[in-house]
Ligand binder design. Structure first.
Ligand SMILES: NC(=O)c1ccc[n+]([C@@H]2O[C@H](COP(=O)([O-])OP(=O)(O)OC[C@H]3O[C@@H](n4cnc5c(N)ncnc54)[C@H](OP(=O)(O)O)[C@@H]3O)[C@@H](O)[C@H]2O)c1
Length: 337
């Protein structure tokens, strides 16, 4: 019997993470020589158990474990990685997927303005979700930075030997098409004073995902960045009331019908790029300096597009990695000595 492959997915209990889990289990079922065991890395035990039950209902013979992880807290990341190291000999895929888009309030004035001036923007990269400024975690890190970036960075560091034990490990970050250089300030990389911590974190995601390759490829660990298009998940739904959530959902379908190819809408469609990057062979056929995006035709056929990352700046990326290493060293001193 072939060796089983281990896939760890952060934030696997809903949205794009759940869609990725579904796709990997389907792949495992369709390809008995490429069996996959899933590890759902989630912060809430009940939501994780519900997701596991739902996945087992679809794929009763599958193997699915749960580990508890609050990726925004370094202490929890260390504990989770210690558990993973105890349980598994190797990791073949690490999906750095969990993420938040914090919201102070939804500015319906901005939404109306966008609707009139630039409706495409309203449905792909709206600014009507007003994010809180300067919110920090219990450990003093910028909240969005901690969850979307740093917790995953610590995980990669802690799990490097397990990843290197795979024949060919892939780290796949869920990025966003909204990432852009103008949201990033190297002096304020945790975005404690900026207005757009989410977009800043997604720009950082792109930098890290590309830059880590030069550090890790020699150990046969490869990192990639994807984006899911626009999916109607809790990340935005949680900030809307029932009625507005329905309006958004309907509007996304209408936009797709009118040719807005980012409107993947469902988690299954949105997770296509994650699945594509996870399973495409040989690995050399994948590029490391593009972002693999999920897109969709008006009639619902999903496809992957290689979005260029012309803004990638190697010096900027390496300077950032050095800062993350310094931060990591501080937390290692605090928790591991
Ligand atoms: N939806 C989109 O249109 C879109 C577009 C571009 C990029 N993305 C990216 O896709 C990724 C997944 O988001 P989604 O859209 O699927 O939203 P979602 O349904 O809200 O999923 C987010 C997942 O992350 C988990 N999570 C949040 N904070 C966490 C923490 N501190 N520790 C551990 N897990 C945590 C959530 O767990 P709980 O259920 O416990 O909250 C949930 O499982 C994110 O990185 C997001 O930025 C989404």
């Amino acid at each position: 019997m072939s060796e089983i492959n281990i896939a760890v997915i952060t934030g696997a209990n809903s949205g794009v993470g759940f869609g990725t889990a579904q796709r990997l289990l389907q792949h495992s079922e369709d390809n008995p020589t490429e069996r996959i065991k899933l590890v759902l890395a989630c912060r809430n035990p009940t939501r994780a158990a519900n997701a596991r039950s739902a996945l087992l209902k679809e794929h009763p013979k599958s193997e699915i474990d749960i580990v508890i992880l609050d990726v925004s807290l370094v202490k929890s990341v260390f504990a989770c990685c210690a558990e993973l190291k105890k349980k598994y000999r190797k990791i073949d895929w690490l999906f750095c997927n969990a993420g938040i888009l914090s919201c102070d309030y939804v500015d319906y004035g901005i939404a109306c303005k966008e609707l009139i001036i630039n409706p495409r923007r309203l449905l792909t990269a709206t600014k009507c979700v007003v994010q809180p400024k300067g919110r920090v975690t219990g450990e003093g890190l910028g909240e969005t930075f901690a969850c979307n970036i740093f917790g995953h960075y610590v995980m990669i560091h802690e799990l490097e030997d397990l990843l290197a034990a795979s024949k060919e490990a892939r780290i796949i970050w869920t990025g966003s098409s909204t990432a852009a250089k103008n949201y990033y300030d190297a002096q304020d990389y945790q975005c404690l004073t900026g207005e757009f911590p989410y977009e800043s974190s997604k720009y950082i995601t792109d930098l890290i995902a590309v830059a880590l390759n030069s550090r890790m490829n020699s150990r046969k660990i490869y990192t990639f960045v994807t984006h899911p298009g626009v999916v109607a998940t809790n990340i935005v739904r949680d900030h809307l009331n029932w009625f507005m959530a329905k309006v958004m959902h309907t509007a996304l379908y209408m936009a797709r019908f009118l040719g807005v190819n980012e409107e993947t809408v469902t988690s299954w469609n949105g997770s296509f790029s994650n699945y594509y990057v996870a399973t495409t062979k040989p690995i050399e056929s994948l590029k490391r300096t593009v972002k693999y995006g999920s897109y969709i035709k008006p009639w619902g056929v999903t496809y992957v597009h290689e979005d260029p990352m012309d803004y990638y700046d190697e010096k900027e990326a390496n300077d950032l990695l050095n800062k993350l290493d310094e931060l990591l060293a501080e937390f290692q001193m605090k928790y591991q000595n």
